[in-house]
Design a protein around this ligand. Structure first.
Ligand code: TXA
Ligand code: MG
Length: 336
């Protein structure tokens, strides 16, 4: 079903409020709207409307076993979605919301099964982006929203990325500029004791540990992976093969390219060892700071898709807690 996809700007107070009203009207009607959040853009539907949420799965080509995060704009709304609000959730809320943290809790009966992929738990997040917040408030109901990309592809961090994937499939995209965090939220399962990180994000374990005291081994264990169905699939992938490698000089880089056997268009994403060679199709210079790197990464991967490169070589990242989620996304992008 082809439809016209409208992108609305929000950079003046008048445009902002008109765009928010328009999105709320579409969502109240059971339609879908792509909305900016501080992590990545989301494809939103009324979380209490099972038919609207079913459309999300259709539009994205998302497997039915993968649950969707529910976005709220205040504490009362968060509590309405869950069976019970534990004291730990309270502390995490005070420390990290609004922000890039999703809490997995036992779901309330009112949350339709399709949102949770039939499971007993629901992921809840209170995003900090003013447009997302304004739309949720205007609606008065929470919004189920996965990243606004086709399933398994790179998440969108601006309106143009969303348009590229979902043009003709959804009526509306709100343009809220570049997402500030740039990679998806940390998903923390607080149904068990101690809690478990199901997906690392820019709120990292050391920050969480200050509040939780301890954490179970995370998504890398078999049980962790089963608890977060989205992490089983190949995910967050650009079209071209992606390799993470270390090189100190161009000679080493050249050997790496040769070894990869790719004669075509090569993209290099570097942050310290920047090659000057002219036969590399695209050299992206990424920041050396983890937050800035995360903010920039997906736009670079989208750029690689857009110019149909044959191979993406990413310079090996530093170690350390603040880089962990970026390591995770690159590992997934590299797995084919
Ligand atoms: O930053 C984000 O989280 C973005 C923005 C739009 O909020 N959303 C996002 O959604 O990344 P999505 O659907 O692309 O990824 C959600 C992840 C998936 O890996 C999914 O399996 C997991 O969260 N998830 C959602 N609900 C869950 C639940 N009840 N239990 C375990 N994992 C859950
Ligand atoms: Mg996603």
């Amino acid at each position: 079903m082809e439809m016209e996809t409208v992108i609305l700007s929000t950079h003046t107070p008048e445009l902002f409020s008109a765009a928010v009203q328009r999105a709320a009207a579409v969502l109240r009607d059971g339609g879908l709207a792509a909305l900016p959040t501080e992590t990545v853009y989301g494809l939103a539907a009324n979380a209490f409307n099972a038919r609207a949420v079913a459309r999300i799965f259709e539009v994205k080509g998302r497997p039915a076993h993968n649950p969707i995060i529910v976005h709220v704009a205040d504490s009362a709304m968060a509590r309405r979605c869950v069976e019970h609000w534990p004291a730990l959730a309270d502390r995490l809320e005070k420390a990290f919301w609004p922000g890039p943290l999703t809490l997995v809790l036992r779901k309330a009966d009112g949350v339709p099964d399709i949102v949770t992929a039939g499971g007993p738990t629901v992921g809840i997040r209170w995003p900090s982006h003013p447009i997302m917040q304004a739309v949720i408030r205007a609606c008065g109901f929470p919004l189920a929203a996965p990243s606004a990309n086709l399933s398994n592809q790179v998440s969108p961090t601006n309106a143009a990325h969303v348009y590229k994937h979902l043009k003709g499939r959804i009526p509306l995209i709100l343009d809220g500029g570049q997402s500030n965090v740039g990679i998806e939220s940390t998903v923390l399962d607080v149904t068990g004791n101690p809690p478990r990180v199901l997906r690392p994000g820019m709120i990292h374990s050391s920050a969480l540990l200050a509040l939780t005291g301890s954490l179970q081994a995370g998504a890398e264990t078999e049980e962790g992976a089963l608890k977060s169905p989205g992490m089983l699939a190949k995910h967050y992938s650009p079209r071209a093969p992606l390799l993470v490698r270390k090189w100190n000089d161009e000679e080493t880089l050249r050997q790496l390219i040769q070894k990869a056997g790719s004669p075509g268009k090569i993209a290099v994403l570097a942050h310290t060892a920047i090659p000057g060679a002219t036969d590399i199709f695209r050299v992206a210079v990424l920041p050396r700071d983890a937050r800035a790197y995360a903010r920039a990464l997906y736009a670079e991967l989208h750029q690689c898709d857009d110019s149909a490169v044959d191979l993406i070589l990413v310079e090996e990242l530093p170690e350390g807690a603040e880089w962990k989620a970026i390591h995770d996304r690159l590992r997934r992008a590299a797995s084919k």
